[in-house]
Design a protein around this ligand. Structure first.
Ligand code: SF4
Length: 213
C-alpha cells in the first residue's frame, strides 16, 4: 500500500482498523479521477525574517504575533511563504459526486487532502534543495490556523504571494480558500540543520526539539 493510500485511509478515520476491499477500490478510483482532474499549481517567495520577541516578528513588511509560529521560526534568517492548490476542477469533481454518491464524495475528499499533502511535500523538497545551495535549511511548513497562528493571516499570505494571479487562489471573507483544496504556509529557513521531518513535527522523532510546533 503506498503512502498516499495510507494517508487517505487515515483521513477517512479508519485508524488501525482494517479497511474493506470496497473502500480500497473506491480510494484507487478516486486517485485515478483526481489525477485526471487536478491542476496543481504552487508559488513561493523568500522574505527576510526579523524576530523582536518570542511571539512577535515580521515577515517582509507583515507584522505577526504568534507564540507557536514564533517558536517554530526561532533562529531563522529567512522565511519562505508558500501557496499551493489542486485547482478548481477538483472542487467540481467533489461537488458532482456529492449530488449522486455521498460515500464516493467522502472518499474523494480524503484522497484530495492526501494528494494535496503529497504535492506540498514534493514542492517543499524542491524548495529545500534550492535553499541548501545558499546554506539554508528548512523547518516544517506552518499554516495559518495551526496553534495560535491566527487564520486571518491567510489574507496577507495570499496577498504577498499574489495568489489570485499566480496560482488562481483566492479567499472568502470567512477565510475559506477557493479552490478549497489549497494550502498557504510559512516555512522557516535557518543556518543550522535540524533534519526536520518532511511530514512535520507530529511524526518527527526529535521529541525534545525546541522548535517543535
Ligand atoms: S520537531 Fe522535528 S520536524 Fe519539528 S522543528 Fe524540530 S526537528 Fe524539525
Amino acid at each position: 500500500m503506498d503512502d498516499m493510500t495510507k494517508e487517505a485511509i487515515r483521513y477517512l478515520g479508519y485508524g488501525k482498523h482494517a479497511v474493506d476491499e470496497r473502500t480500497l477500490a473506491l480510494i484507487s478510483d478516486s486517485f485515478r479521477n483526481l489525477e485526471e482532474t487536478a491542476g496543481r499549481k504552487s508559488i513561493y517567495r523568500i522574505f527576510d525574517f526579523n524576530q523582536t520577541a518570542d511571539d512577535e516578528f515580521t515577515i517582509g513588511t507583515s507584522a505577526i504575533q504568534s507564540s507557536s509560529l514564533g517558536r517554530n521560526l526561532k533562529g531563522c534568517r529567512k522565511v519562505i511563504l508558500f501557496g499551493a492548490t489542486l485547482g478548481a476542477g477538483v472542487d467540481r469533481l467533489i461537488t458532482r459526486a456529492s449530488v449522486t454518491d455521498m460515500a464516493g464524495a467522502v472518499v474523494l475528499q480524503a484522497c484530495a487532502a492526501a494528494l494535496l499533502e503529497e504535492y506540498c511535500d514534493r514542492c517543499q523538497t524542491e524548495i529545500g534543495m534550492e535553499m541548501e545551495k545558499e546554506g539554508l535549511h528548512l523547518r516544517p511548513r506552518f499554516s495559518p490556523g495551526y496553534g495560535d497562528f491566527d487564520i486571518r493571516f491567510q489574507a496577507p499570505l495570499i496577498q504577498m504571494l499574489n495568489c489570485a494571479k499566480t496560482i488562481g487562489l483566492t479567499m472568502t471573507d470567512s477565510y475559506m480558500m477557493t479552490p478549497t483544496k489549497s494550502v498557504t504556509a510559512v516555512i522557516g529557513a535557518s543556518d543550522t540543520a535540524e533534519k526536520c521531518h518532511i511530514k512535520g513535527c507530529e511524526v518527527c522523532e526529535k521529541k525534545d526539539c525546541i522548535y517543535r510546533r
